[in-house]
Design a protein around this ligand. Sequence first.
Ligand SMILES: [Zn+2]
Length: 573
Amino acid sequence: MTATAPREGQLWSRCGGCATLLYRKRLRRNLDVCPECGAHARVAAPERLLQIVDPGSFTALPERPAEVDPIGFVDLLPYPHRLTAARAGTGLPEAVVCGTAAVGRQPCVLAVMDFRFLGGSLGCVVGELITLAAERALADEVPLVLVTASGGARMQEGALSLMQMATVSQAIAALREAGLLTVSVLTDPTYGGVAASFATNTDVVLAESGARMGFAGPRVIRQVTGRDLPEGFQTADFLLRHGQVDMVVPRHALRGRLVALLAAARAGRRPASRPGVPRQEPSPLVARPAGGAAATTAPGPGGDAWETVRLARHPGRPTTLDYLETAFDGFVELHGDRLGADCPAVVGGLARLDGRPVMVIGHQKGHTTAELVGRNFGMASPAGHRKALRLMRLAARLGLPVVTLVDTPGADPGVRAEEQGQAAAIAESILALTVLPTPVVAVITGEGGSGGALALAVADRVLMLQHAVYSVISPEGCAAILWPDRGAAPQAARALRLTAPDLCRLGIVDDLVPEPTPAAHHDPQAAARALREAVLAHLLPLLDVPPATLVRRRRQRFRRFGAARLGARAGAR
Ligand SMILES: [Zn+2]
């Protein structure tokens, strides 16, 4: 059921659910819910705010986005043209509206997404604005209410949009630590990177009637599995049945539910006893100078980006278990998520690195078809993410550093994965890493595919093998959405800036690990030596850092992925 919101200025509009022709004003009075069939049409952010907050109480946060095009993305149109069109079409500066308000006379901060603006996609500015909203809630000691509507991360901003999942999640983590309530309201649709971060790692998750939420979209799942999807798949009622949301709320009842939740949180809140958390300096949202590093099409040492993608996927490329055999010693594998499953696509356990005990967690692919199938091609299920989460927390309790090896096309896009809460599993893993009180070094060894990769890559140091790739979406997926044909994957690979040199330039990756010539699969032993040396070089200095400092610096690392820093970096090179 896809009910589209009617355009302004029309007198009549047709219900997307039952096709009844409805008088526009009557529909608006009914909160854009069809009086005939109850279909909930999509609501623009400004209308949504009017429906939720006390009249006249909303004050927009002062921050305003500027032009941001961090990777100089061009598909059929340059990205800035799409931004301009979205602004003209919506009258909004970006895909989220943030501000302070009262709901039932209780103060809170709200961030409301607008699907009309480039599909409500999560880019650097949206991430920055929601983070600022969360920081405002922390400073004011009030709850944060997020109303989500998004197709996922904004691919036109490449891996930087992926980083926003971590940036916002750590702001949510700060509210969690401060005992401040966070509520998300899932509206139709909420998918991808938004679903797998702040839409599901809040304290309470409400789903509006008719909303659909998931990590992978139905089209992708159908394509990958070749199966028909169950009736009502990913709908609010499906989510409730599978334990993914606290309640399903019709639009008319939404404000009342929020009032009740905010009142309960307020009544339960003790007077502040902890010192206020200092606010981070927001990164000013200024456009990067034209002609910066991202505007050049510098290919990595491996040559063309598409060629690098093929190397990163080479079946002979060393896997996590290969590196555990060669770069580490004494690996003792630990299994299971303690909730009913053991995912073969994620391996982990205790090992020694140059004599020091560490916890190693990584995606596991394979070299033969049988191995790849047995390991689900390195695509983790929710159980895999929950196993990783369990091992991270165990490492922190034991005071062991964590080394993650990332090699996945992405998280498992399957029906069961969605039923078992793929989005929430990834979201919790990302959030946990932002607060883990032990050193974390991540190495992208092969494919770093979207949220599934980030779930293991929120680290103090992120390293990347020379011919690995790290991307918000696969080149094929990006081509299918933005180009007329899937054959455009090589062009999409170049546009996405997914190679190690690109990501080092963008500050997402700290160091490039050289591979033997021509690539790791030609000399796995040499590749393992290079990986061990690089991990040691980055891990050793972290071992003496006090945990609180470590966590603070990690948060700063992910807090700084704003546009201004990018401009500074590009200028410095
Ligand atoms: Zn209807």
